[in-house]
Every structure is written in structure tokens, then in C-alpha cells.
Design a protein around this ligand. Structure first.
Ligand code: FES
Length: 89
């Protein structure tokens, strides 16, 4: 059985996804404190306009995962409405 929670938050744009999650009290693992080094803050961008992948994301996730929408929350700037799936719990 699965239960899906959906929550909306209004933000200033653009804004860092990990900071948005923290302000919304959505728990995303961040072992390196948002420095783009641990890869723990992985999320999946299902819809929306976000920044292009950074060097750290390319290094930690690779082109295959990036092409499927996986991103590092600490590296992503949200530019407009977005739907984000939490991957690590
Ligand atoms: S918090 Fe470590 S890579 Fe994002």
C-alpha cells in the first residue's frame, strides 16, 4: 500500500530547492549540508522549470540519471512552478 502526500508552497523565484524543502519542512537528506558533495539529496523533477545540471550533478548522478529527471536538491534552482518527487527517505 502507498500513500501520496501533496503539499504546495509559494516561493520567491528563482530559489534553491533544498532551501525550499527546508522552509516547507519537507525532509530531504543533506549529509554534506548542501555543498553538492554527498549525493544524498537526490530528488526527481517530474515537471517544471529548473536550472541546468551543475558540474557536481553531472559528476555524482551521471547523464543517465539526469536524463530521467534526477537532480540534487542542493544544486537545483527552481525557476517556475515545479513538481518534485522525493527519492531518498
Ligand atoms: S546535500 Fe549533499 S549533495 Fe546535496
Amino acid at each position: 500500500m502507498k500513500v501520496k502526500f501533496i503539499s504546495n508552497i509559494e516561493i520567491e523565484k528563482p530559489n534553491n530547492l533544498l532551501k525550499i524543502a527546508k522552509s516547507a519542512r519537507v525532509k530531504i537528506k543533506d549529509s554534506c549540508d548542501g555543498k553538492g558533495k554527498c549525493g544524498k539529496c537526490i530528488v526527481k523533477v517530474l515537471e517544471g522549470t529548473v536550472s541546468k545540471p551543475t558540474k557536481q550533478e553531472k559528476k555524482l548522478l551521471g547523464e543517465d540519471k539526469l536524463s530521467k529527471g534526477y537532480r540534487l536538491a542542493c544544486e537545483v534552482e527552481v525557476m517556475d512552478n515545479a513538481i518534485i518527487k522525493l527519492v531518498n527517505k
